[in-house]
Design a protein around this ligand. Structure first.
Ligand SMILES: Nc1nc2c(ncn2[C@@H]2O[C@H](COP(=O)(O)OP(=O)(O)OP(=O)(O)O)[C@@H](O)[C@H]2O)c(=O)[nH]1
Ligand SMILES: [Mg+2]
Length: 590
């Protein structure tokens, strides 16, 4: 199926022409019929001579309903532009052309309508003047009059040629821009919209954005016919399970899970270079969202959205000033997840980074600009990452795609950072992840692990990153106290000093932990340290007494107190040197 939107000034004959082409009435509301004027979007369809099916989204021409017009045109790639022969080019002809221009619509047919009432040739010539500078300049024109039947067959032929130039389908994750929501008794919530990319099937799981509600497709219809699958671009009615009608509205999108993200900040290339007013409306698809603009330089700007939208690199939109009633610029999304601009000069630097970006997703370029990015984030931003492994400049590691130059320099920077850290903190076991991530400016703390594990000279564990050959040095007076402690434990192997004695000697947990790491002590329990030899020594002594033995007999054999004997015996149990016979007796394992 192909989808075409109408465009043109109020009363120029759009709806009448759609009726002549399809036999369907696009004005759905009683008020529209009474006033003879389109207020909201209308839908109709027909099959052309080639057998191709075309659905029309008929828009209102009246200036007051421009938002509805934009919601209709936003997701649609082609236009039936209607100008009345008797009235000629008019205010909303110009406004609609501005909108189509801004959205980059390049495919269209010009219908010079009401040809029975005026000079069609003159009207066409005039229209061509206005169209000359637009991407629609070369569209085919047909003079028509639904009243006399003039030109309708020629118009059908022109529409056939128009759609033959359109892509048969638009791939990518599904995104349907919602324009209508209603309830069908017995079936529940139905939304209709233009499926602008991807496909939908019955039973698919989808997300409603921006609400985030997860829904299932209960049934699908296209042109009032039940289908099991619809592919973009198409007009689709989706019967949903899992959502109330009050939870979806025009401007929302139904999206494939994992294919899209909630975007609130975008960097865009505009169709003009003038600085923009600060507050504008952004129109994309069927959505309209207030934005704050920030000029980055030349034709580049950053937009901060008042509400999130599912946007991809390359999406087209337009900025409108509702106060002035004017389309100010068209735009293409260059980056739907841009970095924050914090430092002075960051905007200019950002503009330089985006200088060559054109809205076509470029995986290597995206990874280079970011240094590193999660594969899933890139995919949700509209940058397919399937060939990441084929790109020489991209390293694939742990769900991340990393630029190879950045990867190398991060290795060097991490080694330097760890060395600097070790000098500044001789007693700490390693540089904490967060400090390392902050020093290198990494996008995520977990990246420290990925880099450290790939650096032969570094080790990473629960305490952080350190050099593999690191030997933290203790202050001289602490060394002396440790020597004294070891000497004391050599003379009396099981007479572990208590907490007070350790504190008096100035030995902290951290000092003792380093001595343990160096193999000078073992930690039996919190605050209880012995020489490593004491463990074997204890086993030998215990093996020499009668088996099994009680805790008290063990304590006597070792010449120690309960305070040391209890945790020491537990240590021997844990290391399977002794075995518990019952609640108070053990034996040495042979
Ligand atoms: N004589 C004649 N009248 C026409 C022709 N096309 C449309 N009209 C009349 O022009 C008036 C406006 O037609 P519509 O089709 O409602 O115009 P529209 O462009 O849909 O108007 P909006 O939706 O309000 O923007 C109606 O009274 C039509 O009957 C035509 O070819 N010849
Ligand atoms: Mg109409």
């Amino acid at each position: 199926m192909y989808v075409i939107a109408t465009a043109g000034h109020v009363d120029h004959g759009k709806t009448t022409l759609i009726r002549a082409l399809t036999g369907m009435e696009a004005d759905r509301w009683a008020e529209e019929k009474r006033r003879g004027m389109t207020i909201d979007l209308g839908y109709a369809w027909t099959t052309l001579d080639s057998g191709r099916q075309v659905a029309f989204v008929d828009v209102p021409g009246h200036q007051r309903f421009i938002s509805n017009m934009l919601a209709g045109v936003g997701p649609v790639p082609a236009v039936l532009f209607v100008v009345a022969a008797d009235e000629g080019w008019s205010a909303q002809s110009a406004e609609h052309l501005d909108a189509l221009d801004a959205l980059g619509v390049r495919h269209g047919v010009l219908a010079i309508s009401r040809a029975d009432l005026g000079d069609a040739e003159l009207a066409e010539a005039e229209a061509r003047d206005y169209l000359a500078a637009s991407p629609l300049a070369a569209m085919e024109a047909v003079a028509v009059s639904p009243v006399t039947g003039l030109g309708i067959d020629r118009l059908r032929g022109a529409l056939d040629r128009l759609v033959s130039a359109l892509p048969e389908r638009v791939d990518g994750p599904a995104r349907l821009w919602v324009d209508r929501v209603f309830t069908i008794r017995g079936a529940g919530t139905v939304v209709t919209g233009t499926l602008a990319s991807g496909r939908m099937r019955v039973d698919d799981q989808l997300e409603v954005r921006p609400s985030g509600v997860t829904v299932h497709v209960r049934a699908l219809q296209s042109t009032k016919t039940a289908v099991s699958e619809a592919t973009a671009v198409a007009r689709v009615a989706v019967n949903l399970r899992g959502v109330k009608t009050t939870e979806v509205r025009r401007g929302d999108a139904l999206t494939a899970v994992g294919g899209w993200a909630d975007v609130t900040v975008v960097d865009v290339r505009l169709t003009q270079t003038e600085p923009l007013p600060r507050e504008l409306m952004l129109h994309v698809g069927s959505a309209a969202v207030a934005v704050r603009t920030r000029h980055l330089g030349d034709d580049l700007a950053r937009l901060v959205l008042a509400a999130p939208l599912p946007l991809h690199v390359g999406d087209r939109g337009l900025l409108r000033d509702p106060g002035a009633g004017r389309v100010l610029a068209g735009l293409v999304i260059l980056d739907p997840m841009p970095p924050p601009l914090r430092r002075r000069g960051a905007a200019r630097q950002r503009a330089a980074e985006l200088a060559t970006a054109d809205g076509r997703p470029d995986l290597a370029g995206e990874v280079r600009r970011r240094g590193a990015a999660r594969r899933s984030d890139l995919v949700a931003a509209g940058v397919p990452a399937d060939d990441a492994r084929q790109l020489p400049s991209v390293i694939v590691a742990g769900g991340w795609l990393i630029d190879s130059d950045r990867w190398r320099s991060w290795h060097e920077q991490l080694e330097t950072a760890v060395a600097t850290w070790a000098t500044a903190h001789p007693l700490l076991p390693g540089m904490p992840r967060q400090s390392a991530a902050a020093t290198l400016g990494l996008p995520d703390d977990a990246m420290v692990d990925i880099i450290a594990r790939d650096t032969p000279s570094l080790l990473i564990d629960g305490s952080g990153v350190r050099r593999r050959d690191a030997t933290p040095t203790l202050p001289a007076e602490i060394e002396r106290e440790l020597d004294a402690l070891v000497e004391r434990l050599t003379a009396a192997p099981f007479d572990a000093p208590d907490a007070a004695a350790l504190a008096t000697a100035g030995l902290t947990e951290r000092h003792l932990a380093l001595a343990v790491r160096d193999g000078r002590l073992v930690r039996v329990a919190a605050g209880i340290y012995l020489r490593p030899e004491a463990v074997d020594d204890a086993v030998t002594r215990l093996a020499a007494i009668e088996q099994p033995f009680t805790l008290s007999q063990a304590r006597i054999a070792l010449g120690t107190t309960r305070r040391t004997a209890v945790p020491l015996m537990e240590l021997l149990d844990r290391s399977r040197r002794t075995v518990r016979i019952d609640s108070d007796r053990r034996a040495v394992r042979l």
